[in-house]
Design a protein around this ligand. Structure first.
Ligand SMILES: N[C@@H](CCC(=O)N[C@@H](CS)C(=O)NCC(=O)O)C(=O)O
Length: 222
């Protein structure tokens, strides 16, 4: 196993840093976690990620790696134990595609529901449901996206779907409901019982409190 100094710059409530924590824990890698304040970014964060100026940043032996999905692949290449990407090239491509879809389509669409109000919110719900359908189809009754245990897709999407559950509670609307999404609903239960995820998810009540106030800065009348 490659050794070295591993640091992670993150924010406790954000899915992009959570997925890196999950991957490092799954592989049993020791790391130093540095909590960032995005309203007052540290000089280290700006130095390590001068282009995007965003978390997460993984620093391995002094070298920064940015973009959470890129970081996950890096982790998997450096620390071979408990591989997270499938071996088969087509399955690898599918895993990458679904993780990207989750970030670029699903989270975006659910976020639009979350920060809207009244009629605008009602109108944002069908596109959000539509955006999640490919995930339901990809699961097709499997316990995890990547097979018998959690992998790249599960790690990426569980950190994203965890946010959806927080948003749903705040706006009092179920988007991923059992009737429309039986496989996704069962998968949520499966990952919630998976020890690495269970033990590292941020506390739901703290998340609700945090994002309730964040929503207030978007929605004038709630
Ligand atoms: N595509 C990036 C997204 C990272 C991202 O959006 N990070 C946000 C927090 S969730 C951030 O650091 N924002 C700071 C800013 O935009 O100023 C990834 O996957 O790492």
């Amino acid at each position: 196993m490659a050794k070295g100094d591993v640091k992670l710059f993150g924010v406790w409530s954000r899915p992009f840093s959570l997925r890196i924590i999950l991957a490092l824990k799954l592989k049993g890698i020791e790391f130093e976690y540095i909590e960032e304040d995005l309203s007052n970014k540290s000089s280290q964060l700006l130095e390590y990620n001068p282009i995007h100026k965003k978390i997460p940043v993984l620093v391995h032996n002094g070298k920064p790696i940015v973009e959470s999905l890129v970081i996950l692949e890096y982790i998997d290449e450096i620390w071979k134990d408990n591989p997270i990407l499938p071996v088969d090239p087509y399955e690898r491509a599918t895993a990458r595609f679904l993780a990207k879809l989750g970030d670029e389509k699903c989270l975006e669409a659910v976020w639009r529901v979350f920060i809207a109000d009244g009629k605008e919110q009602e109108e944002a719900i069908p596109p959000a449901i539509e955006s999640l359908k490919p995930l339901e189809e990809a699961l097709d009754g499997k316990k995890f996206f990547d097979g018998a245990t959690i992998g790249f897709t599960d790690i990426s999407l569980s950190s994203m779907v965890n946010m959806v559950r927080v948003f749903e509670e705040i706006i009092n609307t179920r988007i991923i409901n059992e009737a429309k999404f039986p496989f996704l609903s069962a998968w949520i239960e499966n990952y919630l019982h998976f020890p690495i995820i269970q033990n590292n998810l941020p506390r739901h009540d703290k998340m609700v409190e945090k994002f309730r106030s964040r929503r207030l800065s978007y929605v004038k009348r709630v």
